[in-house]
Design a protein around this ligand. Structure first.
Ligand code: TNX
Length: 522
């Protein structure tokens, strides 16, 4: 068996993001080489799947192809161990998002012949595996040139600050294929994001098949911003996405934005807008011009079908009903509509989430407000005892440009360079929102200006790892000057995975960044 000394690398040179709770350096490093194997503490499908995931990632990283639970092991062992404790046994579903019971806490113990990742719950084990991936030296080489890969010795104990660590992707303004969404899930999971909110409908397109109302996608899914062909997910494809996310211990939150942002659906079924006119498909980027009719029972029957069909495909606990920028909906109609739809969502067994405007209806603590623009609305949410998701546009909108010359993005909330995105304290950002009412953080990516994976990645990276850290690591652990060094090391991960990140000049990237594939450096 190969043995190594602690060697050149230690944890601080690896660029761990998000920063774990505690790290203790050890005396001996752990070698990964051709005889290293992966061992699971039981042979349930769940653990074997996780071992498979670990093996695949090590292979992509180094070219090493490791055995899982071999009969005659001879090398060092990477052990995945589920250690349920009485107090932690709790709810094993990913649906329970209470940070004390989600079981995302994990430990990593690195010895000279065993590297053990332990958790009381599979979700914690999965998060631990992501940290482990970050412990493997980030080299642009493979097994052919480097037979032994050293992990520094020591222990890590870790647990998240927030149970809700989200990213949102707008698949309505521009449509993104199943493959493109999966690619985003891969990258989000590496940084321990556990929520993917999909903005499935808007004025420009309806992107999810509803069997009772087929024209929503046949007609409403035909185009996108700029006039391109659009697209939509069949229910089978959506289920496939949900399953893929779930393998990454990520919950998909479906959003059907209403009563505004609904032009595409009204093109398919004109009775919805209640104005007697059949609108046309819209391919621009204005907001706030559409509404549904809040005083027609048929509209609520329709909404019930939509909510029920999507909820049946969604194992997660949430349904996002939108509710933003309904500028042409009369105030009393807006209130009636949000009240009715919240009830429909609850009837479907889901917790309603809405953009912060929904607090102006008769919402109570059974609904969640997503703070994006109005501090006043966030304050009303608090008075009502509603939980709040923090997505302040000035800080957390991934579609804000980095600077004036940035080729993608908007700037209505300001420019958001990589330091601005990181330097804020969610715990105190929205005045009067106490920590107990903060469910977590979400970074939305609106797609008016982007239409493929390269463009998603240009806006999401390098800002996304910062949001992941704001959501996972406690405030005392965060310091921009120190974080900057860890972020600089991500270029190695980005390059190996061909992530089309924006090579911000504020970061001293560890290796000269590769030339972006589709765009010039700005
Ligand atoms: C505001 S954020 C919107 C979206 C746009 C976004 C662009 C929110 C609830 N509504 O409709 O896409 O700005 O940044």
């Amino acid at each position: 068996m190969i043995e190594i000394e602690q060697g050149a690398s230690d944890f601080s040179t690896l660029g761990l993001i998000p920063m774990p709770l505690t790290i203790e350096e050890g005396a001996h490093g752990f070698p990964i080489y051709k005889d290293t194997y992966i061992k699971t503490s039981d042979s349930t499908e769940l653990l074997l799947q996780m071992a498979q995931f670990t093996a695949e990632k090590i292979f992509q990283h180094s070219g090493l192809s490791l055995d899982i639970n071999p009969l005659n092991p001879s090398g060092t062992a990477i052990e995945l161990e589920l250690t349920p404790t009485e107090e932690n046994e709790g709810d094993t579903t990913e649906n329970n998002l209470d940070p004390n019971t989600t079981g995302e806490a994990y430990g990593i113990w690195v010895g000279k012949s065993v590297l053990k990742i332990t958790s009381a719950q599979p979700s914690g084990l999965f998060r631990g595996i992501q940290t482990f991936r970050q412990l493997i030296p980030n080299l642009a080489t493979t097994i052919d040139n480097k037979p032994v890969w050293e992990v520094p010795g020591g222990n890590i104990e870790d647990a998240p600050n927030y149970a809700f660590r989200g990213a949102m992707l707008d698949v309505a303004r521009h449509f993104f294929t199943v493959q493109e969404v999966k690619r985003y899930i891969d990258l989000l999971a590496y940084y321990k994001i556990n929520i993917l909110h999909l903005h499935l409908t808007d004025d420009q397109g309806w992107r999810i098949e509803i069997k009772k109302w087929p024209k929503l996608t046949e007609v409403g899914g035909k185009k996108e911003v700029g006039g391109g062909p659009g697209g939509f997910y069949t229910q089978a494809q959506y289920k496939d996405l949900v399953a893929y996310a779930s393998k990454h211990y990520m919950t998909i939150i479906p959003e059907v934005d209403m009563p505004g942002h609904t032009n595409a659906a009204s093109v398919a079924y004109p009775f919805l807008n209640g104005n007697g006119k059949t609108p046309e498909l819209y391919t621009g980027t204005e907001v706030g011009f559409s509404t549904w009719d809040a005083n027609n029972e048929k509209v609520y029957d329709f909404v019930e079908d939509v909510v029920n069909e999507i909820s049946a495909l969604s194992p997660g606990p949430y349904f996002h009903l939108g509710g933003d920028e309904s500028h042409v909906t009369k105030k009393p109609d807006y209130i009636t509509f949000v009240n009715r739809v919240s009830e429909i969502v609850k009837q479907a067994g889901k917790t309603p989430i809405g953009w912060d405007e929904i607090v102006t209806a008769d919402t109570d603590s059974s609904a969640i407000a997503q703070f994006w623009a109005s501090e006043k609305n966030a304050g009303i949410a608090v008075q009502k005892g509603m939980k709040v998701i923090l997505s302040p546009a000035k800080k957390a909108y991934l579609d804000m440009q980095y600077k004036e010359e940035s080729p993608y993005g908007l700037h209505w909330a300001g420019y958001v360079p990589v330091d601005t995105a990181y330097i804020w304290t969610p715990e105190t950002y929205a005045k009067g929102v106490p920590k107990e009412l903060i469910l977590g953080i979400e970074a939305p990516l609106w797609s008016e200006t982007i239409s493929n994976s390269d463009e998603i990645e240009y806006l999401a990276f390098p800002r996304l790892p910062g949001y992941a850290e704001l959501a996972w690591s406690s405030p005392e652990k965060r310091d921009w000057n120190e974080y900057k060094g860890r972020l600089a090391l991500q270029s190695l991960f980005f390059d190996r995975n061909k992530v089309n990140y924006y090579p911000s000049e504020k970061i001293d990237w560890v290796k000269p960044p590769i030339a972006p594939k589709t765009i010039g450096k700005d």
